[in-house]
Design a protein around this ligand. Structure first.
Ligand code: SF4
Length: 451
């Protein structure tokens, strides 16, 4: 069975339970321990984990009353509002485009999925994939990130004041610093969510498929090192989302972790090349990032490396070149190891928040040009990417051609464009980056077209 047939089969397995059923709602969990919030995947807005629930049972880090309610809606065939990203993709009239509801469920067998549908929605589920972040300590301040996830963003707003004159719902994120304040202090001392995690983890680790640590930049967090120092010979996969902007010493310590787990996987983020990438991800050194990426992969060919690409109105301009560069790196590493493994797997995400940085703010004629360019790059690299990667890239192409507003975006186009221009001006100024040096002529043409 080829990948497309498998994907179609998974979709029909899910749809036999209900047209809105998604295994990730039961088996996947993202938990932000610093401020006590959770979601099933990175699309829905995270909700607060009630302290009284974890006081009774630390598994409430995953099984909140809110999530149980959403599971009930899915079993009843209703579309929970928080999963709007998937409904929007599913409403695109193209039979070969699948939403993450299907992709994320692909990780589980039909038997596992059918078993879930038999549980009472109030039942506490032991997840298979858990992603946590301890805090927001981070050395970068990417354009679409904010104080909640990056201490560098937090410090910028503390030192230079909030951004001015941003009026869309996403733009307002930069006009205050509230969400970046760590409720339990920078060191996260006496944080009941972290205490609950260290109680819960030993009870789930033997049946976990994957524990993934995100941030901030995890390698900056003392809690990250406390966790890795406390484990050995673990049978689950251990994955880390890292920006890879670190010293040689830190990279060495980081790579030493790989021997403690059955599988070590590194996820890192980039989606545009050179100066464009450095503009999108303030603090990034593109050449260092590439060097460290190769250093990680060349340490041991068993390490899995994945590049998480977030396509936005700032990054889309050199996305086509980026795909080609990553495929070139893949070819070199395959030669180095004389191996056919898909090194540097490409994983595509379309930015939705803040909506003023979405590709939807670009005029349709420019989006058509960008989609044509990405389509040409996809054809060039098609023999070197797998069908999942190709499908992700195709999703961007389809999105650029056909979608002009994301499901949960209620802001007017003109307001988003005005906010975008104002944001970019302030961002470039604070970071001391001259936009005309960092961004290509396609972007500049778009930027100057905004009145
Ligand atoms: S957003 Fe999609 S993938 Fe995530 S939990 Fe909802 S339906 Fe599943």
């Amino acid at each position: 069975m080829n990948y497309e047939e498998e994907t179609n089969k998974k979709k029909s397995c899910l749809n036999q339970i209900s047209p809105s059923f998604c295994a990730a709602k039961w088996l996947d969990s993202h938990i932000w321990l610093g401020n006590g919030r959770t979601a099933s995947c990175h699309h829905p807005k995270a909700h607060t984990i009630p302290l009284d629930e974890i006081a009774v049972d630390p598994s409430a880090l995953h099984n909140t009353a809110h999530k149980k309610n959403v599971r009930r809606l899915m079993l009843d065939g209703e579309r929970p509002e928080e999963c709007g990203y998937c409904w929007r993709v599913e409403d695109i009239e193209s039979s070969d485009v699948f939403s993450d509801r299907v992709y994320k469920s692909m990780r589980y067998s039909n038997d596992q999925i059918n078993e879930l549908s038999k549980f009472d929605p109030d039942h506490n589920v032991v997840p298979k994939r858990v992603e946590i972040c301890f805090d927001n300590l981070c050395n970068l301040s990417c354009s679409y990130c904010n104080s909640e996830f990056s201490s560098t963003w937090y410090n910028d707003i503390e030192s230079n004041g909030p951004y001015q004159n941003l009026n869309t719902s996403g733009g307002k994120t930069y006009t205050h610093n509230k969400s970046g304040k760590m409720p339990y202090g920078v060191k996260n001392e006496n944080n009941p969510y972290i205490d609950a995690f260290f109680k819960w983890y030993p009870t789930i680790k033997d049946t976990l498929d994957e524990l993934r640590i995100s941030g901030g930049e995890p390698t900056r967090s003392p809690w990250f090192w406390k966790l890795v120092d406390s484990v050995d010979s673990e049978n689950h996969e251990f994955s880390v989302n890292t920006n890879l902007i670190m010293t040689d010493k830190r990279i060495e310590d980081f790579l030493a972790i790989s021997s403690k787990f059955k599988q070590f996987s590194v996820f890192t983020s980039c989606e545009s090349v050179g100066k464009n990438a450095e503009f999108v991800r303030s603090g990034l050194d593109y050449d260092l990032w590439k060097q460290n990426l190769q250093k990680v992969q060349h340490h041991n060919k068993k390490i899995n490396t994945t590049i998480m690409m977030t396509i936005s109105a700032l990054s889309v301009w050199t996305f086509a070149e980026f795909i080609e560069e990553m495929v070139e790196l893949r070819k070199q590493t395959r030669e180095y190891f004389s191996d056919n493994k898909p090194y540097y797997l490409l994983s595509t995400n379309i930015l939705r928040f803040p909506s003023m940085q979405s590709v939807n703010i670009i005029s349709q004629s420019m989006k058509d040009i960008l989609a044509d360019k990405i389509k040409m790059s996809l054809e060039k690299v098609r023999d070197h990417v797998d069908s999942n990667e190709a499908n992700g890239i195709q999703r961007i192409i389809d999105y650029l051609y056909h979608v002009d507003k994301s499901y949960e975006d209620f802001d007017l186009l003109s307001e988003k464009q005005t906010d975008f221009k104002s944001f970019v001006d302030q961002y470039a100024n604070r970071k001391n980056m001259d936009m005309y040096t960092y961004m290509n002529s396609g972007f500049i043409k778009f930027y100057e077209s905004i009145v």
